[in-house]
Design a protein around this ligand. Structure first.
Ligand SMILES: Cc1ncc(COP(=O)(O)O)c(C=O)c1O
Length: 416
């Protein structure tokens, strides 16, 4: 059995204490205090099943993929392709539609370049939103600059929800792609992606979803969503760093030129002309991150064994508990109060700077993120210097929230 915790029960209640034993880093101390890790949106911690699989790969399998005829090379290739199948099944996609990338950022850059080369011309419009991570803004700005296209922005409400009326007005014949985040990393807002996709498709406009903050928390079914491109990062999904996934509908991938040139992505090379491989290999030039690709499937299996429904339920209860406690603190304002949220609470406290609070929390063993969270246009919208962000995962507890709130009160007292 991959998981040491007996976490799945019929009433969706997690055995969090047992789960925590799967994560060695959660047993460590920081500045002499037990670690409270509330920076899961930046990166998540790794269970033994992931840590052991990394070591196992290098001890027993390490070899290059798709190239050799020897035993180890075949073993590595089998595991690499088996992992692709597991990830495809997890997303309800075909393995040919799953491209290994370095992360969400590279996945979006790949689409911006390759889709952009094939389908974007002068005067076309790309639609993003005010709440995007920089990695879902900058690649499109670069594309717009290259192609003389225009970036359009979906406005948001003060609560941190997309203004859907404003969005629908942007769906003109010039619009050629919608690229929005499934879940906001700064606000926790879960966007109404079904409605967005339906409205865009009604005008024949494809949709890319940035799933970096959704994949660790909820079941993603790309067929049901009918989304054109979907991407996420392994390191935020309890897997290794340096691996990410781009799902693309076959109809688009087949029409898109390669992103990078090199080994693996070719069919035949002569000095006069090169022909390219089929997707997904067409988009995987060079030696991939073999170990991380293989191990990502272990992380995916791990969260599936716990159960994403049980995870979502526990995280929602944590969110409600933390929100309630924080709201009671004098001068504290929560940024991002959407109706549908993942377990992210961003806030500012009157008369204090987020980074001062972050430093004082760190000294009490608590890891949170402070600043603009790579969403400067969003932070500008709220006219604040940044936020303190507590982002929770399924291994976090109510007791940790109590410790956090007590430490936060102490930090505020020291700063005022
Ligand atoms: C919503 C969102 N998109 C994209 C990214 C970029 O992910 P990565 O740095 O793993 O490529 C992040 C990382 O924080 C994110 O939260």
């Amino acid at each position: 059995m991959d998981i040491t915790a007996k976490s799945k029960t019929l009433n969706l209640k997690l055995d969090v204490e047992a789960i925590r034993k799967d994560f060695p880093i959660l047993q460590t101390t920081v500045w002499g205090k037990p670690l409270v890790y509330f920076d899961n949106a930046a990166t998540s911690q790794k269970p033994f099943v992931v840590l052991n699989a990394i070591e196992e790969y290098y001890k027993e399998t390490n070899s290059n993929v798709h190239r050799g005829i020897h035993y180890l090379s075949n073993k590595a290739t089998d595991q690499f392709e088996q992992s692709r199948k597991i990830i495809a099944a997890h997303l309800n996609a075909s393995p040919e539609e799953i491209i290994y990338t370095r992360g969400t950022t590279e996945a979006i850059n790949l689409v911006a370049f390759s889709f952009g080369e094939a389908f974007i011309k002068e005067g076309d419009e790309i639609i993003v939103s005010q709440m995007e991570h920089h990695s879902n803004i900058v690649p499109w700005q670069m594309l717009c600059e290259r192609k003389k296209a225009v970036l359009k922005v979906i406005p948001i409400t003060e609560e941190g929800e997309l203004k859907l009326d404003g969005f629908k007005k942007l769906l003109s014949p010039k619009a050629k792609l919608v690229a929005v985040t499934h879940v906001s990393n700064t606000l926790g807002t879960i966007n109404p992606v079904e409605e967005i996709i339906e409205a865009a498709h009604a005008k024949n406009i494809p949709v890319l979803l940035d799933g970096a903050q959704a994949a660790p928390h909820m079941k993603i079914d790309v067929k049901k969503l009918d989304v054109d491109f979907y991407c996420f990062s392994g390191h935020k999904t309890f897997g290794p760093t340096g691996i990410g996934i781009l799902y693309g509908k076959a109809k688009w991938l087949n029409e898109m030129p390669p992103y990078q040139g090199g080994g693996e992505m070719i069919r035949k090379v002569t000095l006069d002309k090169t022909t390219y491989n089929e997707p997904p290999l067409r988009f995987e030039a060079g030696t991939p991150n073999i170990e991380a690709s293989i191990v990502l499937a272990k992380a995916i299996n791990y969260i599936n064994q716990i159960g994403l429904d049980a995870i979502a339920k526990h995280e929602h209860e944590l969110l409600l508990y933390a929100t309630d406690k924080l709201q009671k603190i004098n001068g504290l304002k929560i940024i991002g109060t959407a109706k549908h949220k993942t377990s992210v609470v961003s806030f500012v406290v009157e008369g204090t700077h987020p980074s001062d609070i972050g430093m004082l929390l760190d000294k009490q063993g608590i890891a949170v993120r402070t600043g603009h969270h790579c969403t400067q246009p969003l932070i500008d919208f709220y006219k604040i210097p940044g936020t303190v962000r507590a982002s929770l995962a399924f291994y976090n507890t109510f007791e940790e929230i109590n410790i956090f709130v007590k430490a936060l009160n102490k930090a505020i007292d020291m700063l005022k």
